[in-house]
Design a binder for this molecule. Structure first.
Ligand code: GTR
Length: 419
């Protein structure tokens, strides 16, 4: 009896602590990727019409049911502009704060922060991305309201709430002035407004507002935190469409890391996003899941059980049975421009796996008459490449830097037209 108990405990411990990550390329494994241009039941996708009408919806449904979970039908937003300053940042910007109710007045609301170039003579394109530490952390601007939402423990966070000392704490990731000077607006919201990022965050998230009679948790094929954060991005775009300062037909959705996964999922589902940018999004983002390098499906589902749909956990130990892989997520963006950014020391996110999803999505772009990545070998560090799929790998760690932003701005200039 004692022995059985001991073995049970051992098994439970093994479950909680998956084996150490692999960083040896020769052990990344061999695999066959599902072909985005072959229908689930067999047969090749021959033209753009077949892609559009049949294959794209098929792939989207697989990601909904097996990976991120289905997103319910969107609620109509209600919003209120709560502050407006026409000479923010020393006259460089118009700053607005907007409360957006994304799921009715009873559910948590999102606080959107918006900077618009003050000298704009016509509606401007925008970058829209969620942030990790509250809107007030992206810039030391004293006019930004300190977030009141739940926060993960960290410097300047007291009892899970941000304090004044975190104003501007994430500024290195948000070169606001540079973005404005290049003629773009920037919109951001704190992701915790929509779903507090911890395993019990569900009850304080927007999800309960969508429960059907008697429901107390999302079903195995329904959304979870990443789905909710992505939903937030689409509702922010609903607002941007109503703001006459913004050219809502040219909004790039972007995100870093878990929020890079989120940006990709938002851009895959919502074709109003004219461009999608993934920064170090790794497992469950741009990186090929079948590669055993850095983070794995099992590891991500174990450490973050609240991110993906319940069904995704079925693949913890059999990733090769996934009916999709992440190159197909990239292909859902086609033929819109998509940018994948990696960092050399960010091995956990598998830079090569991020690059390879761009390679494997390229045939879909070509079918739709657009150049894909245009190469199969990884470029060197600081050598941005690509066509309608862009890619770079920079030196350094898991982060968003000015170098990353310069490439995003260049990519936007290239595809949206220079301001
Ligand atoms: C890590 C996680 C990654 C990535 C990262 C982040 O702990 O394993 O998938 O999402 O967090 O969001 O910074």
């Amino acid at each position: 009896m004692a022995r059985v108990l001991f073995l049970l405990i051992l098994a439970a411990a093994a479950e909680a602590q998956p084996p150490e990550a692999n960083y040896d390329e020769s052990k990344a494994g061999s695999y066959t990727l599902p072909d985005p241009l072959v229908f689930t039941g067999g047969g090749r996708v021959e033209n753009a019409d077949q892609w559009r009408k049949r294959r794209r919806p098929e792939i989207l449904r697989l990601f909904e049911e097996q990976v991120y979970g289905r997103t319910p039908r969107a609620r109509r937003i209600e919003y209120e502009v709560t502050s407006r300053k026409t000479d923010a940042l020393g006259g460089l910007a118009i700053r607005k704060e907007v409360t957006i109710w994304v799921a009715g007045r009873q559910a948590p609301a999102m606080q959107l922060l918006l900077y618009i170039p003050a000298d704009a003579r016509k509606p401007v394109p925008a970058f829209l991305g969620p942030n990790f530490r509250g809107n007030h952390a992206i810039h030391p601007d004293p006019g930004i309201t300190i977030s009141k939402s739940w926060m993960r423990p960290g410097e300047g966070v007291v009892e899970n709430r941000a304090t004044e000392s975190t104003r501007g704490a994430a500024r290195s990731r948000w070169p606001v002035e540079m973005i404005l000077r290049r003629g773009y607006a920037l919109a951001t919201y704190y992701y915790g407004d929509i779903f507090p990022d911890h395993k019990d965050g569900l009850s304080q998230s927007i999800l309960p507002a969508f429960y059907r009679g008697g429901q107390t948790a999302p079903a195995a094929d329904e959304w979870n935190a990443i789905g909710a954060w992505a939903y937030g991005l689409s509702r922010a775009l609903d607002y941007l469409e109503k703001d006459s300062a913004i050219d809502a037909k040219h909004v790039a959705v972007l995100g870093h890391s878990r929020l890079g996964k989120t940006a990709l999922w938002a851009g895959a589902q919502d074709e109003r996003f004219a461009m999608v940018i993934s920064n170090d999004s790794g497992e469950g983002g741009a990186a090929i899941a079948r590669r055993n390098f850095g983070e794995t499906v099992e590891r991500i589902n174990t450490a973050f059980p609240h991110w993906f749909a319940g069904n995704f956990k079925q693949y913890n130990k059999r990733v090769n049975d996934l009916p999709v892989d992440q190159h197909m997520l990239i292909s859902l963006v086609a033929p819109r421009p998509v940018y994948i950014a990696s960092a050399q020391d960010d091995k956990w996110a598998d830079p090569k796996g991020e690059f390879l999803s761009g390679v494997a999505a390229s045939p879909v772009y070509r079918l739709l008459g657009a150049p894909g990545l245009g190469m199969a070998e990884m470029p060197g560090v600081h050598e941005p490449v690509g066509g309608r799929i862009g890619y770079h790998i920079r030196a350094g760690k898991h982060d968003v830097t000015e170098y990353d932003w310069e490439q995003f701005l260049n990519f936007a200039d290239k595809h949206f037209g220079k301001r």
